[in-house]
Design a protein around this ligand. Structure first.
Ligand code: LLP
Length: 443
């Protein structure tokens, strides 16, 4: 089976250049750090487009596949434009994500609106912008959406989000398809939901079912189980209610290689499992559904790195050597939230002998702000540029202004060109929405 880019730690175009520095897509990382300052999110366009094309190639044998990108993993106008150019639609979960892809010029018919407690304004925006599908999560949302569609004289094409009862081995916080989950209709609630749609909610047009079993998944069999469960439910519903549902959204979840201990399957293996399971069910039941996939991490993670400048260091007597960087848990909360592990190299001396084991500490005022524990690097010195790999997914999108620190810039690189796609926040940006009520006086 062919390999795919999610099985690499580094962007595909990474190399060491003649100056002995790390280079990605023809851009020397030390020059990027100097020009744009650090911390800096860097996205390699070439790796991103290659991954999109791998997905398309992998699912080409099943032409009824619609690929949506899970915007929650990375949502900027420029990356959305690239994904749309590569033929992807979008899974959005908020008005902010919806608005961003809309501003990027995305055809809103290719957008699916997901989420577990969508607001009235958000549902109205989805109707106004004409998103292609809304995945309805619960009973309240069914009635709300029907009412809003009625008011605006529209109908909404919907999927029902269900919890298929599949447990996958990933971090507890990023498992979603198991039975005791906050997401979607329990299998025992589906029929009541459909009765309501048939009898009362005339503005809702049910097209199919949706599930998402978890994230950073390395197992392949869970996808077969998911196809089997969703397919059987679809057939059962069609028979019981005289419907013609023919859309199944399998969610996202394919894992990536953050460090050498990770061995994610390739996109081609996942596609093979899913397509075989579909073919078996098609043979058995005679329906050939449209399937949606909504990967996030496996599309953008490997294409992104973050550059930091190394500052102070501290050798605890007979203990750990800490090196401090100018970023940390606010630009990458994943190590402190999920004990996530990352690999890094020093961009200005990647090939010097790795002779010192250090712990990379963030700059934020929390003991838990440790980015990487015990990594062996060529003796890190003040001013060195640290390149942390695999930060394209869920880093920028989960970033915060903790400690009132400005968020980093993001640059898109391609064959020696580097363009800012998200400006670095300024101190003025930080106080832009603050108000000083008059009654507090002048000073
Ligand atoms: N579809 C649905 C309905 C989802 O909830 C998710 C992710 C995806 C698709 C995309 O899954 P992916 O292909 O990226 O695994 N913040 C966590 C990950 C949370 C994932 C939430 N849902 C992390 O940093 O690991």
């Amino acid at each position: 089976m062919k390999n795919s880019a999610n099985q690499n730690i580094k962007p595909l175009t990474t190399r060491v250049n003649e100056r002995g520095n790390l280079e990605i897509s023809g851009c020397d990382l030390t020059e990027l750090a100097e020009k744009f300052s650090t911390p800096l999110y860097v996205v390699d366009e070439n790796t991103l487009r290659t991954i999109c094309r791998e997905y398309k190639e992998a699912f080409a044998p099943y032409p009824n596949t619609r690929l949506l990108f899970a915007s929650k993993s990375l949502c900027t106008m420029a990356t959305s434009r690239i994904l749309a150019q590569e033929g992807f639609g979008f899974d959005v979960v908020s008005d902010g994500e919806m608005f961003t892809v809309h501003k990027a010029g995305v055809d809103m018919k290719t957008v699916l609106f997901n989420g577990s407690n969508k607001g009235i304004d958000e549902l109205n925006l989805a109707l106004e912008l004409g998103v292609g599908r809304i995945s309805v999560d619960n009973f309240l949302e069914l009635s709300l959406l029907n009412e809003l569609a009625q008011k605006s004289g529209k109908t909404a094409d919907i999927l029902l989000r269900i919890t298929p009862g599949i447990e996958c081995h990933t971090h507890e916080y990023i498992q979603t398809g198991h039975l005791d989950s906050k997401f979607g209709f329990d299998l025992t609630q589906i029929d009541s939901a459909i009765e309501l749609i048939q009898d009362e909610y005339k503005k809702l047009n049910l097209k199919g079912l949706h599930a998402h079993i978890g994230s950073q998944i390395f197992e392949t069999k869970v996808y077969k189980d998911e196809v089997d469960i969703l397919f059987a439910q679809m057939v059962r519903i069609n028979e019981k209610f005289g419907l013609n549902l023919d859309e199944l959204n399998l969610g996202g979840g394919l894992g990536v290689k953050y460090t050498n201990v990770d061995h994610p399957p390739s996109t081609f293996e996942i596609a093979d499992i899913i397509i075989n399971a579909l073919e078996e069910n098609i043979k058995k039941y005679g329906i050939k559904p449209v399937i949606y996939l909504e990967p996030g991490r496996s599309i953008v993670c490997t294409a992104g790195v973050t550059l930091y400048t190394i500052g102070s260091s501290k050798q605890v007597p007979h203990g750990t050597k800490y090196i401090a960087i100018d970023g940390g848990m606010a630009d990458n909360p994943r190590p402190s939230m999920y004990q996530a592990e990352y690999f890094a190299q020093i961009a200005n001396k990647p090939e010097k002998p790795a002779d010192e084991t250090v712990t990379v500490a963030g700059r934020y005022c929390e003991s838990g702000d440790i980015l990487i524990k015990n990594i062996t690097l060529p003796t890190p010195e003040e001013g060195d540029i640290l390149c942390v790999y695999n930060t394209g997914a869920y880093n920028y999108s989960m970033s915060s202004n903790y400690n009132r620190v400005t968020k980093p810039a993001m640059v898109l690189i391609n064959e020696g060109c580097a363009d800012i796609i998200v400006e670095r926040e300024t101190l003025e940006d930080l106080t832009r929405n603050d108000k000083l009520p008059q009654r507090l006086g002048e000073k």
